[in-house]
Ligand binder design. Sequence first.
Ligand code: 5GP
Ligand code: ZN
Length: 118
Amino acid sequence: MDNCIFCKIVAKQIPASVLYEDDDLLAFKDINPAAPVHFLIIPKKHLASLADAKPEDAVLLGKMLELAPKLAAEHGCAYVEDADGNKSGGFKTVVNTGPNGGQVVYHLHMHVLGGAKL
Ligand code: 5GP
Ligand code: ZN
């Protein structure tokens, strides 16, 4: 999509601190972090928002959700439950949709935030 900043990051036309890349997804650090760990997972395919996802995008959405805990763990935000049932760590996932959802960039992205109690 012309003039989409995240499509330009996918196309390497503007730089980003990339944490993960495969054929379908890209993950990179948020330029204005709201937590000690804050990165975005996006589909390489341009989808303006979660509300624009179609049934055929279900696998792509599932891949985004599946990647979040893996990358969060790699960046020190693993969710752990020990043998006694004590829970620690973890992270927050957020998908802002539309003006009332606080969406600013209209290319679907999942925020992953961690490293502190949020
Ligand atoms: P939204 O409010 O749309 O869910 O969040 C958009 C996010 O994208 C914001 O947290 C903002 O800091 C981040 N962002 C906007 N432009 C850029 C950019 O050019 N590079 C990176 N890495 N993040 C960006
Ligand atoms: Zn885009």
